[in-house]
Design a binder for this molecule. Structure first.
Ligand SMILES: NC(=O)c1ccc[n+]([C@@H]2O[C@H](COP(=O)([O-])OP(=O)(O)OC[C@H]3O[C@@H](n4cnc5c(N)ncnc54)[C@H](O)[C@@H]3O)[C@@H](O)[C@H]2O)c1
Ligand SMILES: O=C(O)C(=O)C[C@]1(C(=O)O)C=C[C@@H](O)C=C1
Length: 308
């Protein structure tokens, strides 16, 4: 693989930042990786893991002379990072991010971006419930989607260059507007996490009633929820606060549909229950079938964690 950028600055070195570092190094996509993170302890750990070539707790310092800057911090920290780096960005540099919400990240970062840099918001649809620099691993982005939500001024050449970067990591790149992204992700990613946090919380509240049986007999269905509910609280608090409208809209729909199911159960309406379960089963099957081609790599293949 060839060098695509001379110097890449990674701002934030948790699960996503460190996975990027592994792949950038493995594939030789740059001459120099600069790692920046707020906490000195995290930075020290990143250094022990050999994730970069240079390390600093100053994001402003890290972006000097970098031609690609990737911001991988909780979405609520986007504005403070943008303010910190704005004065030291070199003309022509590409600034991108990996945040799970897009309209809010654009609102937080774009006003601070100088006119002579290319700001391209992005979101790789790949991850796990783990966080921190130890959580990253090579190949996380392989076969996964990376969605760009370009802003009106986005330069086509810069877009093509960034697309080439994600494709080198094995990702498939798509583009959509930020509002659409936030709605789609609210239903396919944010709601499942919120539901998981909620059901595990409810089970925990019931623990006093059931005297530990929740943990003792937790079957695989419940365990699947506990994986999602073990995800990073800071990241997911920020997602909830920064995709508020779309999440509330999807939660309202979800609650209505749940009330329909609740009613069908109460009144013994087996045909309604059966019809719904048959419809959803068909959806899962069609996704699994699609998983055999490159359009749905999340399914029909082991989760990255299964390889470990
Ligand atoms: N975890 C996932 O599955 C996943 C998937 C796709 C996208 N994302 C998005 O990627 C971003 C990072 O998530 P992650 O899972 O790598 O989180 P993480 O908690 O593993 O890492 C976050 C990193 O950001 C650093 N940080 C926090 N505030 C900072 C600041 N002000 N300045 C500099 N560094 C700061 C932390 O020290 C840490 O190194 C989030 O916006 C998240 O929404 C996460
Ligand atoms: O696989 C997981 O554990 C994830 O939560 C990854 C996941 C998702 O919901 O699919 C989580 C948040 C992201 O922004 C993108 C991907």
């Amino acid at each position: 693989m060839s060098v695509l950028f001379d110097r890449i600055a990674l701002i934030g070195i948790g699960l996503i930042g460190s996975s990027l570092a592994h792949d950038i190094r493995r594939l030789g996509l740059t001459k120099e990786i600069v790692v920046a993170t707020r906490s000195a302890d995290t930075l020290k750990r990143a250094e022990e893991l050999g994730l970069g070539d240079r390390y600093t707790t100053s994001s402003a310092e890290a972006v000097k002379h970098a031609d690609l800057i990737i911001v991988s911090v909780p979405v609520g920290a986007s504005e403070s990072v943008a303010k910190e780096i704005a004065g030291n960005l070199q003309p022509g540099a590409i600034v991108t991010d990996v945040g799970s919400t897009k309209a809010s990240v654009i609102a937080q970062m774009q006003p601070h971006m100088p006119e002579n840099v290319h700001f391209i918001p992005g979101h790789p649809l790949a991850g796990t419930e783990k966080s921190g620099p130890d959580a990253g691993f090579p190949g996380l982005f392989e076969g996964r989607w990376c969605i760009f939500t370009p802003v009106a001024e986005t330069d086509e050449t810069a877009l093509k260059r960034l697309r080439g970067f994600w494709e080198a990591l094995g990702s498939k790149v798509d583009e959509m507007d930020a509002e659409h992204h936030d709605k789609v992700l609210a239903i396919v990613s944010h709601l499942p996490h919120i539901i998981a946090y909620n059901i595990v919380g409810t089970a925990d509240d019931l623990e006093t009633v059931t005297e530990s049986e929740v943990i003792k007999y937790s079957a695989s269905g419940f365990r699947d929820f506990t994986r999602l509910a073990a995800s990073d609280p800071t990241m997911w608090r920020d997602v909830c606060l920064h995709n508020r409208d779309a999440i509330l809209e999807m939660l309202a729909r979800f609650s209505e549909d749940l009330a329909y199911l609740q009613r069908a159960i109460r009144w013994g309406e087996g045909d309604k229950i059966f019809e719904l379960f048959t419809r959803t089963r068909a959806i899962r099957r069609s996704i699994v079938q699609a998983g055999q081609d490159v359009d749905a790599p999340d399914f029909g293949r082991p989760h990255p964690l299964d390889k470990k």
